[in-house]
Design a protein. Sequence first.
Lengths: 219, 216
Amino acid sequence: MNFLPLWRYQNQLIDGAIVTLELTVIAAVAGLLIGVAGAVALKGRVTPLRWLVRAYIELFRNTPSLIQIFIVFFVLPNFGLKLPAFEAACVALSLYFGAYSVEIIRAGLDSVPKNQIEAGQCLGLSTWQVFRHILLPPALRNAYPAVTSQFVLLLLGTSLASQVATDELFHVAGFIESRTYRSFEVYAVICAVYFAMAMSFKALFAVIGAAAFRWPRRR
Amino acid sequence: MRSFSLIDLVSLVEALRWTVALVVLALAFGTPLALGLALGRISRSAALRWTMAACIQIIQSVPLLGLLFFFYFGMPVFLGIQVPATVAVTVAYTLYTAAFLGEIWRGGLEAVKQAQWEAGACLGLSAWQQFRHIIAPQALRLSLPPTVGFLVQLIKGTSLASILGFVELARAGQVVSAATFQPLLTYALVAAIYFALCLPLTLWSRSLEARLDGSR
């Protein structure tokens, strides 16, 4: 076991980690937008749209992320949509994260008892005011833990983008391995970097959660 | 180049055996370990609780792909002997399963009220009897839906073994796709097979959850 030969590659590791973070953040933001849109559509009255969203959720949650990345990267070019590796990974991961987000956000909205909304309406609040002051705060608080843990899973899941040669952390691992032949050491270091990133995000989310959701908890 | 034929379909279905085998192996070794982790997490000894929590945190904070590579290349380093790829992959999936199921089951065990243990103690039951006859049945009911949900994650996760060259469904798909130059048809089929495996489990998990909700 010899970790010394890896030391020269620290810049590549940092670059890889940055691409991993970029992938994660882009997919998380896009996925959450999909999640909000999907949750609104699920709550809406347009039945075909509801079916479409349901089909999307089931399709993306019941097939492996790896296959989805392959389909976006290898199959979409047949339809004239040729995406570079990074963009293809972004699209695939966004859609994957989006499918989970819809369910999480819908569950968050559903967690607010209906009579609270009715109470707001009785007080003469407008639809927007009801949404902003009554529905949104508890829905956010209830969805927050699920969103953050899904975010960490997304961070770890970006490692699959290495399989279509996106220059993220895991792909960098393959590169360093091919240069140094120190397979075990490389992947031990890579795992440690992912671990550090995941733990940092968990700590950050815990702090944000504690600061943002301070009002008394329902028991 | 040749066209997609029946033989390709057969090779996909045959590769499915390995996907199923990986799931069965992961569950066979992972569930006892998960039970140990879950019990450790609710034990009276603080040291034991922290150790188990740390193990779970570490495994859950590393990508499954990372775990696979770590053990694939690490087993020979730890043991000093070459082990078959199947063993390394099984170890990685076992730990993955144990960490996630352990955490799910801990949630189930903790959801059963403390008073239930005490009631058992008052009836003169031993700690094991309390667990076996009072806590476990209730915890099992509570944690069954997420357990089935995790099974879906595990099935999807076995696709990563393809990256180590393990010929299961995803790998067979890559091979067929490369041989026939028909990625559209091949990957659509592979996705459909995974979907056919996972959807019933997802629906089952959801119906279990709905039933639980009604009974409470």
